[in-house]
Structure formats: C-alpha cells, structure tokens
Design a binder for this molecule. Structure first.
Ligand SMILES: [Mn+2]
Length: 408
C-alpha cells in the first residue's frame, strides 16, 4: 500500500475516513494472512500527526506485530518536517515498523543496503521521496549496480512519479525517468502518484502504484471514488478496493444558464435519489448567463442533499466565471501543484549568496513547510516558536553559508 495520508482532510467527517481505510486495510491483511506489508510513503499526511490519529495507527501496527506481520516503509514527501524529522522514526524506535532506506556514501556514490524479511527471505531496498521531487539528486548519485547484482526476490520501494507512467491529467506533476531505478527487481512498490497503476516495464519489472487508501481531495474523490491496495501472491496481483462510502459526483457546465436554472438542476438531482452513506461532490464550471455565483443558493441545495441522507456534501465552484469578467489566475487542483508552479516561475529573482536555482527551490519549499506548521495540542507557545525557529535555522544553515547567530 501507499499514500495512506492519515490526518488528511480538515473536515472531521472525512478525516476519520483515512483512518478507517487504514484500519480496514490492515484487518484485511490479517484476514488474508499476508507475510508482510510494504507502505511506499506518506503513511501520515504531516510529519507531526495529531495524537488521536497517531494512536489509531499505533493500535493497528501493534496488532500487526502481535500477528507476526512485519511492516516495511519508506518515507514520502509528506512524512518529513523541514528539519528532517519524521514520526516514522518514533514508530521504528518502538519496533512497530522497519524503515528500509539505509544508505551510505561510498566514493561519492549513494549505496543502499537491503533489509531481509526473516520469514520469506525477500530482500527490500528503498528510496525516500521528498517535496518538490528533491530526491532527484539522490537518484543521480545512486549506485545502481550494487543493487542490481544482488540475488533473490527483491522489492524496490520508492515514492516518486515516473515520467513514462504518468497518468492523464497529471502531466504537470514532477517526475523522474524510469532509468533512475535499479533494474531487475521482482517488484517495484511505488507511491506518490494517487492513481492505480500496474505496469510491466522491461528491463525493470512490475511497477505498481496502488494509489491512496482513500481519496485525499475533491478531484480524487471524483476520479477514484475509493482507494485500495494490492495483495501479491506467487506472481499474481489482486487489487483490494476499500469501499468506505459511496461517492456521487455532479459536474455541471453552467454556461448560458441563469443562477435559478443551475439551482433547479441541482435540486432535481437531489430529489432523484437517496444519498445514504454517500459523499456528494458538486463541481460547477462555465460562464453564467446572468447574475453572480452568490445568486445560486448552494446552501439550500446542500441542505436538500443532507435531507436525503448524504454523509458529506462538497462543492467546487472555482471555475465558474461571470459575464463581463475574465478569470486571470490559472487554477490548479492541489495546493502542492500551485506552490510548485509559483515557486518555479519565480526562481532566480532574489539574489542569495551561494544559492543556486535548485537550492533556492529546496529552500523555498522548506520555508513554506516550516511556516505553515500549526501549534500542536499541548504545545506551549514557547515550544511552538522554538520548533519553528529550529526548522528555520536548520534550513538556513543547510542552504546559505551564514553563521546561526546571524540568523537569530
Ligand atoms: Mn501522497
């Protein structure tokens, strides 16, 4: 499995579903007596998950341990704090998971070690994934030969999009060529791309993205409807869907419609069906013939869906325009895509000492991450500030040759 994103979604009703998906997945693994589980990055949505979410995950990991099912992980782009900390370290120290990324530098090249699964003898190696695809330089320095010459059933775990396997609609996503991977592994357990992809690619092997355990944003709900994972047995792969809620998606082009017409159309949809246990997504686009977006009484529409039993109703009206006004901003589907695009567009505009374009990009990503951290439950103001400061100083020290006291 990959991209569990425990703690994603701000809305509590949806947030609990990522955890439910993880619990269901783990229980199914136990029921099917798997030998071990691999999680290819983004177990958590943030490096410091909330205590309740963390607890739910620990309960399930403990259960797996009691059943003698080891869990192998690599960290994904969401698992790291700006100063390089990850909750995965805590879980590993407690013996609940095994991080398979073990590297050392030999003659300026990155050598990755293998982790051997005791029961099956399967050998696992892996690479971390970072925000903005900053793991690229690790792949450039990777000693592939030493990985390739190892004998046995080998799994390579990674958290990076591959250019050759990028799905439609995600063309803008940053990716690496498949030639970055070591060849000849029996199974490539991939994460980061939130789509289900299973492809045999010579001379590599079977490359599998199971997609998220549960959709993580509006677009994913529309497109995937549900998440899942794969079970591999004797060369056969079976996809295990996790159907937690139904999803009913409405996409309406409002071009040449008046607000009352849009409203009537949506009300009709609501009246047609029952929506028990269903997440309803409403996407509106196009140019209204008159009036403005606010004239569509979406609150009434949503109440109607709730009255028909909907579990959760969401709307996206970001691409509705009104007569006489043109959209200026290009809207992207996720915060990450938008951040990436804006950062890339503005690189090189500020002169920083000893900082090249790549370092500037990394610096910017990390700064955004540092300053978006929220104060945690139970954390004092002073602790919160020193956490931000520590991240900031660490980031500056890494990228700019300034002494820390100057930073302070
Ligand atoms: Mn992810």
């Amino acid at each position: 499995m990959a991209d569990c994103h425990i703690g994603a979604w701000r809305e509590p009703r949806l947030s609990s579903l990522n955890t439910t998906a993880f619990e269901m997945a783990v229980q199914r693994c136990i029921d099917k007596s798997v030998d071990f589980i691999v999680i290819s990055g983004d177990l958590f949505n943030t490096s410091l998950p909330g205590i309740d979410k963390l607890k739910s995950v620990v309960v399930m990991l403990k259960k797996l341990m009691d059943f003698g099912i080891p869990v192998y992980v690599v960290a994904g782009s969401h698992d790291f704090s700006p100063s390089g900390k990850t909750m995965l370290d805590v879980l590993e120290t407690a013996g609940l998971i095994n991080n398979v990324v073990r590297g050392r530098i030999v003659e300026k090249r990155l050598q990755l070690g293998f982790t051997v699964d005791e029961k099956t003898g399967v050998k696992l190696a892996g690479m971390i994934g970072k925000k903005g695809m900053l793991e690229k330089s690790y792949y450039e320095d990777l000693d592939r030969e030493s990985l390739e010459k190892e004998k046995g059933f080998k799994i390579f775990m990674f958290h990076t999009a591959l250019s050759e396997l990028k799905p439609k609609g995600l063309e803008k996503m940053e990716s690496a060529p498949v030639s970055f991977l070591p060849k000849g592994f029996s199974y490539y357990a991939a994460g980061h791309v939130h789509e289900v992809i299973d492809k045999e690619l010579e001379p590599y092997g079977r490359i599998v993205y199971p997609g998220p355990l549960f959709p993580n944003n509006f677009k994913e709900l529309e497109k995937l409807q549900r998440g899942g994972f794969y079970i591999y047995e004797d060369g056969n792969l079976s996809y295990e869907p996790l159907q937690i809620k139904n999803v009913f998606s409405i996409s309406l082009d409002c071009s040449n419609m008046a607000p009352e017409q849009v409203e009537a159309h949506l009300m009709d949809e609501a009246k047609k069906n029952e929506f028990i246990n269903t997440i309803v997504t409403i996407r509106l686009s196009g140019r209204l013939s008159s009036g403005k977006l606010g004239d569509i009484r979406l609150g009434d529409v949503m109440r109607e869906f709730y009255a028909k039993g909907a579990y959760f109703v969401m709307k996206n009206t970001s691409s509705v325009s009104i007569e006489g006004l043109d959209e200026v901003m290009v809207r992207h589907e996720s915060v990450e895509e938008t951040e990436d695009l804006i950062i890339s567009e503005h690189l090189g505009q500020i002169k920083l000492p000893n900082v090249d374009i790549n370092a500037e990009k990394e610096l910017t990503h990390e700064m955004i991450q540092i300053f978006q951290a929220e104060k945690k439950e139970g954390e004092t103001r002073a602790e919160y500030e020193s956490r931000l400061r520590e991240g900031f100083e660490c980031c500056i020290r890494k990228h700019i040759n300034l002494k820390p006291q100057k930073v302070a």
